[in-house]
Design a protein around this ligand. Sequence first.
Ligand SMILES: Cc1cc2nc3c(=O)[nH]c(=O)nc-3n(C[C@H](O)[C@H](O)[C@H](O)COP(=O)(O)OP(=O)(O)OC[C@H]3O[C@@H](n4cnc5c(N)ncnc54)[C@H](O)[C@@H]3O)c2cc1C
Length: 596
Amino acid sequence: MADYKAPLRDMRFVLDEVFEADKLWASLAGLEGAVDMETADAILGECGKIASQVLAPINREGDEVGSTWKDGVVTAAPGFKDAYQTYVDAGLNGLGGNPEFGGMGMPKTLVGQVEEMVQGSNMAFGLTPMLTAGACLSLNAHGSQELKEKYLPNMYSGQWTGAMDLTEPHAGTDLGIIRTKAEPVGDGSYLVSGTKIFISWGEHDMAENIIHLVLAKLPNAPAGPKGISLFLVPKFLVNDDGSLGERNPVTCGSIEHKMGIKGSATCVMNYDGAKGWLVGEENQGLACMFTMMNYERLGVGIQGIGAAEASYQGAVEYARDRIQSRAPTGAVAKDKVADPIIVHPDVRRMLMTMRSFNEAGRAFSTYVATWLDRAKFSDNAEEKKHADAMLALLTPIAKAFLTDTSLEVAIAGQQVFGGHGFVREWGQEQYVRDIRITQIYEGTNGIQALDLMGRKIVGNNGAFYKLFEQDVNDFIASQAANTAAAEFIEPLKAAMENLADLTQWVIDQAQGNPNEIGAASLEYLHVFGYAAYAYMWARMAVVSLPKANEDFYKAKLATARFYIKRVLPRYIGLSAVVKGGSESLYELDEALFVTA
Ligand SMILES: Cc1cc2nc3c(=O)[nH]c(=O)nc-3n(C[C@H](O)[C@H](O)[C@H](O)COP(=O)(O)OP(=O)(O)OC[C@H]3O[C@@H](n4cnc5c(N)ncnc54)[C@H](O)[C@@H]3O)c2cc1C
């Protein structure tokens, strides 16, 4: 099994050269003096070491043994508890947190790279800091000063972890129908009762307390999504002096046996009159959750790229080592009985596809993070508003396209190993199993596509889309005199013209038939994703062209050319699928779906 090597060189390229992070950070009032490239390098270097030396070595055993449950007690997978301590001791847990409560206030452009390394080296482990960060975001944005002071410092330090408790057995996508109840006690607290399922790291032994953010309904709450409130429910109650008090009746009934991320505990959580406190306003629970959605959804996309990068690293090493058959153009390794499989066009196709998705994905997630940073740290109201609109548009694409392409990458990585990719020994099949969940949780990719198409495109008549289009067109215009870049710019222009046409087509169709939105949505999201990645590749190519004699930039340009010639044209077929419309989806009567 290949070792995980943190892709620090590429991260630096994306941050420093493509997005000029130093300039961006210096321009944002809320980040004044907080970070520069030198500090960023130090943080990334430290995280890279922990990822490759601490988290990657326990990834396999985490998968083999998993977290275990006995009589309500969950024991984290072997090595996870010590690794968690190492991770928090390195100060990585509260990196993006509010400095007023002990966080480090770092920008998402940097935190996203840290997340990639953690997720890439061990996705099951990576869910713990990811969920804690999500819980902290909601609490920081909506909790009372008292709740924030009491809980945030220990959550940022990692002494306590966070969990997000939304899903119930009958309510996943449609949270409006949840049944968990919260009864006011009269002293400002509530008693929460109900059952939640699929709660990642809802119970474990890695930290002394677990802070659950739970969606529940108050008595007489309106039906549907407008009647949901958010509550903080700690595993152990916290005394006024900050010490831990009695155990709250929030217990883990069992953990799931699942396809991937087996090292993580996916818990059934039972609330039997557990004491909780309201976070935000009554009946505003979903809105409070949405605060952290943009971060979490991008985080899930980053999980995908992290594991896809690990898969690529394994596949390249194997393809250079494994010898089978001779190259079509004649023997290459003449001293051996066969050539390394990397000589074969189909193996090249797989490896190049993997690189082209991973590197574009890293750039795209960083691009989205630049908007998150503007939205959070700018003191300019116009800039914030613009950034919020870009995020609304790009977040569902980041979540769904990054994870869909990451699964494709991992399957290609497995395929490079032939039969050895199917057996467990080499570790490639674990990436396929682990990545699969990223398409499902945090809102399925189908729901992301619906959100993009329905709310973000049709819902505002393409207004957000125009902002993205303008950003790309400004870049295209800035390269008008750069003839060397034309091989990247012209195909980007064509992909954007197609996207503009398709966007208008769907908006027009949706006026007559609401089913057109859902019918178009997934393929539309992919057409958008391919164009967005072309934008990323064009930006990376423009930076690389003047340094084309250095190996790193040579590789960038070769991968950019591959993407433009062999991946980007997929949008043409997908656009035709979108224009196939919704009618054929509904021709078959529901009863006729049954085949036997
Ligand atoms: C390993 C794991 C970890 C998880 N971690 C957490 C966690 O920490 N906290 C938490 O709260 N939850 C968690 N979840 C739950 C996860 O977020 C849900 O499984 C997910 O949101 C989908 O809900 P569901 O499973 O009920 O599917 P359903 O909502 O029943 O959906 C089934 C299918 O129908 C589709 N569908 C549903 N409605 C529509 C619609 N309106 N239009 C089009 N298609 C639709 C969906 O896309 C999906 O394909 C986790 C799940 C797993 C498996």
